[in-house]
Write a protein that binds this ligand. Structure first.
Ligand SMILES: [Zn+2]
Length: 62
């Protein structure tokens, strides 16, 4: 199972997309990108909640 966060889904006009194998990793990647590219402050509870809401899970064929 893969976790996916799309930058667009958290409100940015951006094609950034983050894949990971855990929620924490996906959130960390998205937050690091948002901080660097969109000048977001470091992962706050609000941002973490928003990331968790838009996160999708993708089945990975073995
Ligand atoms: Zn972005």
């Amino acid at each position: 199972m893969k976790k996916i966060i799309r930058c667009r889904d958290i409100g940015y006009d951006c094609d950034g997309i983050f894949h990971a194998y855990s929620e924490e990793e996906a959130m960390f990647k998205a937050a690091a990108h948002a901080r660097k590219v969109h000048h977001l402050k470091w992962l706050t509870i609000d941002v973490a909640e928003r990331l968790r809401r838009v996160m999708r899970t993708e089945e990975v064929a073995a």
